[in-house]
Write a protein that binds this ligand. Structure first.
Ligand SMILES: NC(=O)c1ccc[n+]([C@@H]2O[C@H](COP(=O)([O-])OP(=O)(O)OC[C@H]3O[C@@H](n4cnc5c(N)ncnc54)[C@H](O)[C@@H]3O)[C@@H](O)[C@H]2O)c1
Length: 306
């Protein structure tokens, strides 16, 4: 499988070359991978997008084109986006400076992919994980890598207009690589934040986890209704959505998985928020995707019916 999209109208690569020599390789062309292909190609550097599924690669290219069309950046500055199957990973990595794994959120899969990258990539290549729930320190537990000091987390957000990205190393990550990635994120239009310690949860995720947890605790105590939580949150913080609306969008099963992860890795996490979620999930309330969560979404295409 081969293909490419060169955003430079003249077909050459004379765009704004503020990036290290070499390409950025992104493994996984799903929701985040295709968005990252857009970001990392927007200053003229080439990107290789890799996925097991040909359809994902084709859809990924279309998505990159859509974001480019919507953006105000000069078309001539785009870098080339090439697509390929994981079987060509070894050759693709030879000319890379950064590789980002963006495969589904399953720890054994992340570990397998990072081990394979470390085996195949030349020593100079920085390896990043976009995992939302597993910091790089957790992913590396039990792995025997050749060059552990070049591995870090680079976690970005959704929707695509959110430019925040959190960079976190583990105990042995080379600090100069963290600086390099922070600089390059800035150059490519991200707003990078450095997580200064090996943390269970990124900076924003920890804040958001506390908001969700306290919301669920207040609901479980009968202090307020979901409508009241959202109304007061939006009124005070001028946020377009409240915590219950946001949890419905993410999916209550996903919210529970994340909270379970915190509860398994630290002490003092109250049980009531998880019990509250479990009861909702048991009744089929998963949020927007099941048509019901804190609100009813039946036949509304994601809009709140009541
Ligand atoms: N979706 C979000 O809003 C979001 C936000 C921040 C971080 N993340 C993180 O990004 C990562 C990816 O999430 P996503 O939502 O893009 O997932 P996704 O399911 O949309 O995409 C994953 C892609 O990886 C491909 N894939 C699976 N195994 C592969 C392999 N061995 N080699 C190559 N490709 C493979 C799949 O075919 C799929 O296209 C996860 O770790 C997630 O936690 C997601």
């Amino acid at each position: 499988m081969n293909g490419n999209m060169n955003g430079n109208m003249n077909g050459n690569m004379n765009g704004d070359r503020h990036h290290p020599e070499g390409s950025v390789v992104i493994i996984g062309a799903g929701t985040q991978g295709r968005r990252l292909a857009y970001m990392w190609s927007r200053r003229g550097g080439p990107v290789s997008l890799i996925d097991l599924q040909e359809q994902q690669l084709k859809d990924g290219l279309k998505y990159v084109q859509k974001l480019r069309t919507e953006a105000n950046d000069l078309p001539g500055s785009w870098g080339e986006v090439r697509i390929s199957h994981p079987s060509s990973l070894g050759s693709v990595l030879k000319d890379a400076w950064l590789v980002i794994e963006c495969v589904p959120e399953r720890l054994p899969l992340k570990q397998e992919v990072i081990t394979q990258i470390d085996y195949l990539a030349p020593e100079k290549v920085v390896i990043a994980s976009n995992s939302s729930s597993y910091g790089i320190g957790e992913i590396l537990v039990g792995l025997n890598l050749k060059h552990k000091n070049r591995v870090l987390s680079a976690h970005c957000y959704w929707p695509p207009e959110t430019t925040a990205i959190e960079i976190m190393g583990h105990d042995e990550t080379d600090e100069s690589l963290i600086s390099l990635v922070l600089d390059q994120c800035r150059v490519h239009g991200f707003s990078p934040f450095h997580v200064r310690q090996n943390s269970i949860g990124y900076i924003y995720n920890r804040i958001w986890a506390a908001i969700k947890r306290e919301t669920l605790l207040a609901l479980s105590e009968g202090v307020c209704t979901p409508q009241e939580v959202d109304a007061i949150f939006k009124d005070v913080l001028k946020s377009p959505k409240g915590p219950c609306e946001m949890m419905d969008v993410v999916g209550l099963d996903v919210v529970l998985d994340i909270e379970n992860h915190y509860a398994n890795t630290r002490s003092g996490v109250p049980i009531e928020p998880r019990d509250y979620l479990r009861k909702m999930i048991k009744k089929g309330g998963l949020g927007v995707k099941s048509g019901h969560g804190f609100y009813d979404y039946k036949d509304t295409d994601g809009e709140i019916r009541s």
